[in-house]
Design a protein around this ligand. Structure first.
Ligand code: FEO
Length: 395
């Protein structure tokens, strides 16, 4: 058989994933400027063969062709479903139909999802508890529960003999190209963006998972999106840092402006913070990429929200950004809210209401009528200096 568009990770361990070069949106929310990949892996032991994860719907035939270049698909004994989200599990109905003797391996929560989403009959599902294992003959797969990374049913699979960890979404990046992460320019920038979008809300669970895998010998980490880590310390160190909530003396300024008043306020705030030595990331919400904003929130100590009043509340884009900020749960400690209104305020109150259950210290807020005047600029400088002082004290 001719190996076709696959690559070898270890003896009898192959990547058989697919590259989605043209995908530009995930969850109808997250932009994918570099596409993504859905990585799947074949592990062949002396007595049994397993497929680890599948691919997004629409790529079933491509996956099948890749598997067939290594082994008859009908020979599969196990299909490991690390995670039930369709980008990894969407090809399960097709694979389970052709590989008619294969069992689906999943966590107990995963088993229920496999029945609901993919109509896998209960008798074809093998439920794995934490630390359970399957011996394929010289290749042992251990299963590690990793809830919420990225759904409640998620497990990692660890191939003992080759010291390869298959953690599905965890340690991933939305990149269609590349084989090894250490060969991809700016890999960690992409990984940080992915962390901000997908893993940051689950930092506590990520910390637990990192502790759980700390005792394993890991030679290779093979995630289900983006390049593979053959130098795992690079991504492990980054994940330890991000999961711990370590931040830098950095502020995100997320704003929108209709007639330049909020824009002028925000620019004065940026000048003050920059003069005080604070690293800045400005995001004009009318044109920014949500993924870039999420990436900058990963390691920022502060956020400045610029939210003009729009029909009695905050501008819809500012509401969206504030809601997203709250949902992504970044480790941000301090906030400032700035706003301008035409004939009636309310935006600052609106933003603060959305943030009310989020543990963050609002260092200052300024809501003004019309364009800022000199006294407002002085107030902004004062708020900026106070914010910079807070950031310095935390560093
Ligand atoms: Fe890549 Fe949570 O799926």
């Amino acid at each position: 058989m001719l190996e076709r568009n696959v690559f070898k990770l270890a003896e009898n361990v192959y990547w058989v994933g697919v590259r989605d070069w043209n995908r530009r949106l995930f969850d109808a929310l997250i932009s994918l400027p570099k596409g993504t990949s859905y990585n799947a892996y074949i592990v062949s032991g002396e007595t049994a063969k397993a497929l680890i994860d599948t691919v997004n719907p629409g790529f079933e035939k491509e996956l099948e062709e890749k598997i067939r270049s290594l082994t008859p698909l009908e020979d599969l004994d196990y299909v490991v479903m690390n995670h039930a989200e369709p980008d990894h599990a969407g090809a399960i109905p097709h694979i389970m139909k052709v590989a008619s003797k294969a069992k689906l391996v999943a966590s107990s929560r995963g088993a229920k999802m496999a029945q609901v989403y993919y109509h896998v009959p209960q008798e074809r599902i093998m439920v794995m508890a934490d630390n359970d294992a399957i011996n394929l003959g010289g290749k042992t797969l251990h299963f590690i529960e990793a809830p919420m990374l990225h759904w409640p049913e998620t497990i990692f699979t660890y191939l003992e003999e080759d010291e390869i960890l298959f953690p599905c979404d965890f340690f991933g990046a939305h990149l269609a190209g590349g084989i090894y992460s250490d060969e991809v320019e700016d890999y960690l920038v992409h990984a940080q963006r992915y962390w901000g979008e997908i893993m940051m809300p689950f930092r506590v669970m990520a910390q637990k998972a990192l502790e759980k895998i700390a005792g394993l010998n890991i030679r290779v980490i093979a995630p289900s999106h983006g390049p593979i880590h053959r130098k795992p310390e690079l991504i492990l160190n980054a994940y330890r840092r991000w999961a711990s909530g370590e931040t830098r003396p950095k502020a995100v300024i997320a704003y929108v402006s209709m007639w330049n008043s909020t824009d002028t306020m925000v620019k004065q705030m940026a000048e003050t913070l920059a003069s005080e030595g604070v690293e800045l990331a400005l995001h004009n919400l009318a044109i920014t990429d949500v993924g870039d904003l999420a990436r900058d929130l990963v390691d920022s100590k502060a956020i400045v929200l610029g939210a003009p009043t729009f029909l009695g509340g905050a501008h819809p884009l500012a509401v969206y950004a504030t809601y997203l900020f709250k949902a992504l749960r970044p480790p941000t400690k301090f906030a400032v809210v700035l706003s301008s209104y035409g004939w009636g305020g309310g935006a600052v109150k609106h933003v603060q209401e959305i943030l009310s259950s989020f543990k963050i210290e609002v260092v200052g807020a300024l809501e003004i009528n019309g364009p800022p005047r000199e006294e407002h600029m002085q107030q902004l400088i004062g708020i900026g200096k106070a914010l910079a002082q807070k950031i310095r004290e935390e560093t």
